[in-house]
Ligand binder design. Structure first.
Ligand SMILES: [Zn+2]
Length: 153
């Protein structure tokens, strides 16, 4: 008896859609992305309970107050959870194999109370690992301006 469980090939289903979106992400996310253009990571802060959300939220997920305060957060954070991605959604909406598996991390920035999901550079991750944000202000698609994370030295 082997120690591992062989689950066989990963089941896949086709997603024949090719969404092209061009809508406003709203004032909160506009302000967040404007900050990234200047290399600043801005979280929203709840005036009632003081929780800091990154990505920013218009309404606090803890007490539902409107978050009109902002705080600038450091580039550093801690990996709370991670997974390995073997496929991505390609331009035609179909799943494509990645040339190399990628690590997707949930990162809680220092000073924030929520997590950001993004790619981690390299092939090693662990819970509790310190990481640093990789910001690309020139990204063609604004959602890629927070390009991912790399291990912090
Ligand atoms: Zn709150």
């Amino acid at each position: 008896m082997g120690a591992g469980i062989d689950i066989g090939p990963v089941p896949r289903s086709s997603i024949p859609i090719n969404p092209a979106f061009q809508w406003s992400v709203g004032n909160w996310m506009d302000y967040f992305y404007d900050g990234l253009k200047e290399g600043k990571i801005r979280g929203s802060k709840c005036p009632e309970c003081g929780k800091v959300s990154l990505p920013p939220r218009m309404v606090c997920q803890h007490c539902f107050a409107k978050c009109e305060d902002w705080v600038e957060l450091p580039e550093t954070g801690t990996v709370e959870s991670f997974t390995m991605a073997h496929v991505k959604v390609g331009a035609n909406g179909e799943l494509e194999d990645l040339p190399q598996p990628e690590i997707i991390v949930m990162v809680k920035h220092d000073g924030a109370d929520t997590c950001v999901a993004a790619r981690l550079e390299g092939q090693n991750a662990s819970v509790g690992m310190k990481v640093k944000a990789v910001i690309d202000p020139e990204a063609e698609n604004f959602v890629n301006m927070l390009a991912g994370y790399r291990p912090a030295e």
